[in-house]
Every structure is written in C-alpha cells, then in structure tokens.
Write a protein that binds this ligand. Structure first.
Ligand code: SAM
Length: 193
C-alpha cells in the first residue's frame, strides 16, 4: 500500500531504466508523504527485507512532516536548498556519498504557470549543485520539472555535469500536465572498451 499515487511514476521509471539497485544510497528530495521513499526502500533493500541482498540507505527530505517509514531516515521540516540540510544529509549517507538523488519536489502552485515553471527550474538547478557534491561516480539524478521556456537552462546544466540526460513522461503522469522528469547519469569519463 503506497501513501500516494506518485509511487507508480517512480515504479514505472525504475522498471524501465533500473535506477535503484539493492545496496544503493538514495536521497529523496521533497519526500512527503513518503510514497517515493516506500518504493526506494523496497528497491534498495534498506529495511533489510531480503537478507541475501546488500542493504541500502534511504534519506528523505521535506519542508513538511514525513510520517516514519521502516528503512528510511527522514529530515522533516528541512529545506533541500539550505546548506545546513546538506551537512546533516552527508552524515546520514555511508561514505558521505549517494548513488541516486530523486526529486519529486514542487513549489506551492501560484496558479501562474510560467512563474511556477520558473520556480521549479530554479529548485532543480540547485539540486544539480548538490548532485555535484554528493553523487558517486556513475550516480544518477531523477528530477521532476514542469515544461516551459526555461527547460533548456536546466538541460544545459545537467548535460555539463552528467554525461547522459534523458526526458521521461511516465504513463502514470497525466497526459495533459506539463510534468516531466529528467534522468541524468554520470557517465565515467574514461571507459575501458
Ligand atoms: N514524492 C512524494 C511522494 O511520493 O510521497 C510527493 C512529493 S510532493 C509532489 C512535493 C513535495 O516537495 C511537497 O511535499 C513539498 O513540501 C516539497 N518541497 C517543495 N519545496 C521543497 C524544498 N525546498 N525542500 C524540501 N521539500 C520541498
């Protein structure tokens, strides 16, 4: 039983692209009420449900309260864009590194589409800075955005930090909404062929 329908979007993305692996450390940004974290806990085995598999870590952050969840650490009433949050986050991550950053964050909608779009892009841009500090080599970032005129700014910044960026529109996301996701992965610069 998931806390929110949004779980199905992450399940769909992960079934297709295998972002979350057992043993991974995951940061879930904008985690309340906790449905994406529920999916992450299952996929990275952070509750230790399967004793044969490595045990992962899930840290969720939200401005709101996030009800407790077995297998997850939550930083409720924390702002993802605040450096004080980053310091606490690092302490909770094994080796101070994450394999995956998830963001389903959204600003409170003002009702003005362009303005909300721009606010969310600004939030996503700050996540790219965080990713640069805490992601493992080979790490991934999944972030929600609302389509609009500033998307190219985010896409350019993602491309400069990550080697590979793709746009996703899960079937579970309403067709008539501007909601999209970027999946960005750090491609190792030097590969042995
Ligand atoms: N993925 C969640 C789930 O599956 O349960 C739903 C997330 S909801 C669509 C977006 C959340 O982003 C809200 O709970 C909101 O409080 C949070 N949020 C917005 N700005 C934030 C910020 N600066 N720091 C932390 N959380 C933020």
């Amino acid at each position: 039983n998931f806390r929110c329908r949004s779980a199905f979007k992450l399940l769909e993305i992960d079934d297709k692209l295998r972002v979350l692996q057992p043993g991974h450390s995951v940061v879930d940004c904008g985690a309340a009420p906790g449905a994406w974290s529920q999916v992450a806990v299952q996929r990275v085995n952070s509750a230790g449900t399967d004793s044969e598999l490595p045990r992962g870590t899930v840290v969720g952050i939200d401005l709101l309260n996030i009800p407790p969840l077995d297998g997850a650490h939550f930083l409720s009433n924390h702002d993802v864009t605040d450096p004080a949050t980053h310091a606490k986050l690092l302490e909770l991550l094994p080796n101070n590194r994450a394999h995956v950053i998830l963001s389903d964050m959204a600003p409170n909608a003002s009702g003005f589409r362009e303005l909300d779009h721009e606010k969310l892009i600004t939030m996503c841009l700050s996540l790219v800075d965080l990713a640069g500090k805490i992601l493992q080599p080979g790490g991934s970032l999944v972030c929600k955005y609302w389509d609009g005129i500033f998307v190219h700014k985010l896409q350019e910044k993602l491309s400069s930090v990550f080697g590979s960026v793709r746009t996703l529109k899960p079937n579970a996301s309403r067709k008539d909404s501007a909601e999209r996701y970027f999946l960005a992965r750090i491609v190792n610069k030097y590969r042995i062929i």
